[in-house]
Design a protein around this ligand. Structure first.
Ligand code: ADP
Ligand code: MG
Length: 436
């Protein structure tokens, strides 16, 4: 990877501001899924062991610039303290004298968590004064919040322009896994894209079509492709204003010799609810009053055959309404198939909140090569865009893009290695696409 990471900086005694993504689900004042906290433990312990004074900061939910007691980070601090085996205090506010006092008391090797950044509207506005205050807390900035890297906020971009800015270990892993898919995937390479709507995934499909050998389409978004093929989909979720996009994508796939798998049979239901009547039908014959809710067995067989021997797979979006057990089979079978492929040495990357939830529900997460912690961020990355929160981190060969970070230098003993006069070697994700 060409971004400097926490491994490239001596943090002994330094104050290190770490943007983490602790945007976890809560119920009754308890964290119900701590995966995102666990995902940043490697970075936090690395810094603590290196003698840093660690200042963690995150958003939680959407308080829209106001204090909401239900979105305080105390439950997160409690869970983090348990996981680290040491007490991590949380401030009552990201700003103010309470935080300043806590920062003064913070010793080398200790960790402090700031209160929810989004209690201040300045965070999402990327307010310069707010970013400056956050930067005043620290000597070094680390971004481990891949899930927030597609947002140009004060804690992801503003502050990173004011301090020497490094990638955390989770951020490093995310970039390595996702750029590996775009830059030099082992072939055959398959993308499986499902989920609710095609509208949010058109740019991802456009980019992936320039890379993959096989494209499997399922879930609600496949319905718009069925319409593009002249089929009817009854009352199924579909986007009539995206039929032209779907048609264009199918043509692009054909031109590039990408094999496209669309449902040939589907499960249809009277209603999209539990306990409703349902049956399997050929995708040609969807009656006007039914909803497509999952792929059928023939489609699954077709998909398995198309994925035979693949060496790289990226999966985003469930193949059906997997929240309802009767309509989860296609998604669950796919998760099992991909876990087996990863066991056999294929690179399998899963991104997207719901797809990841489906994998975790079946206890298959640890068998996949990489499970992305970023939903929106991983999609934007796969579109081939450079995410603002990544762009702003220091490049390994010390270039600077001149975006206001001109006097920013790598911290500590590596400063000498960074030759700021050299041109920035940007990892252009499109550089290696020319397989067509
Ligand atoms: P991810 O979070 O993995 O990126 P999305 O958010 O795009 O995935 O889509 C997930 C949602 O898509 C789920 O809530 C699922 O119920 C829904 N979905 C999948 N297939 C269908 C379908 N045939 N009809 C309606 N909704 C569907
Ligand atoms: Mg989702």
């Amino acid at each position: 990877m060409d971004k400097l990471t926490v491994r490239d900086v001596d943090v002994q005694g330094k104050r290190v501001f770490v943007r983490v993504d602790f945007n976890v689900p809560l119920a009754d004042g308890k964290v119900t899924d701590d995966s995102r906290i666990r995902a940043s433990l490697a970075t936090i312990t690395h810094l603590m062991n290196g003698g840093a004074r660690v200042i963690l900061a995150s958003h939680l939910g959407r308080p829209d610039g106001k204090v909401q007691d239900g979105l305080r980070l105390r439950p997160v601090a409690e869970r983090l303290s348990q996981l680290l085996g040491r007490n991590v205090p949380v401030t009552g506010d990201a700003l103010g004298v309470g935080t300043e006092d806590a920062l003064k008391r913070l010793r080398a090797g200790e960790t402090l968590l700031l209160e929810n950044l989004r209690f201040h509207a300045e965070e999402e506005r990327n307010d310069p004064a707010f970013a400056e205050t956050l930067a005043s807390y620290a000597d070094v900035y680390v971004n481990d919040a891949f899930g927030a890297a597609h947002r140009a906020h004060a804690s992801t971009v503003g502050i990173a322009k004011l301090l020497p800015a490094y990638a955390g270990l989770l951020m490093e892993r995310e970039i390595a896994a996702l750029s590996g898919l775009l830059d030099n995937p082992a072939h055959p390479f398959a993308a499986i894209v499902g989920g609710a709507k095609v509208s949010g995934k058109i740019k991802v499909l456009d980019n992936l079509l320039t890379k993959v050998d096989v494209l499997v389409l399922g879930g609600g978004m496949a319905n718009t492709f069925l319409l593009a093929q002249g089929k009817t989909v009854g009352k199924s979720l579909a986007e009539h204003d995206r039929i032209d996009d779907a048609r264009r994508l199918l043509e692009a796939a054909e031109k590039r010799n990408v094999r496209v798998i669309l449902p040939v049979d589907v499960i249809v239901a009277k209603e999209v609810t539990r306990g409703t009547e349902y049956k399997t039908l050929p995708a040609e014959k969807i009656p006007a009053s039914w909803h497509i809710v999952d792929i059928g067995k023939q489609t699954q067989t077709l998909m398995e055959a198309a994925l035979e021997g693949v060496r790289t797979v990226v999966w985003n979006g469930p193949l059906g309404v997997f929240e309802i057990p009767s309509f989860a089979r296609g998604t669950n079978e796919l998760a099992r198939l991909l876990a087996a492929k990863a066991d056999d040495g294929a690179t399998v990357v899963v991104g997207g909140g719901d797809s990841v939830a489906a994998v975790q529900q079946q206890g298959l997460a640890s068998r996949m090569t990489h499970i992305s912690t970023g939903g929106g961020a991983s999609l934007e990355f796969l579109e081939g865009r450079e995410l603002p929160g990544i762009a702003v981190l220091l490049d390994r060969d010390g270039g600077d893009d001149g975006e206001g970070g001109g006097d920013r230098k790598p911290a500590g003993d590596r400063a000498a290695e960074a030759d700021t006069a050299r041109p920035r070697r940007t990892r252009t994700q499109s550089a290696s696409k020319g397989r067509a």
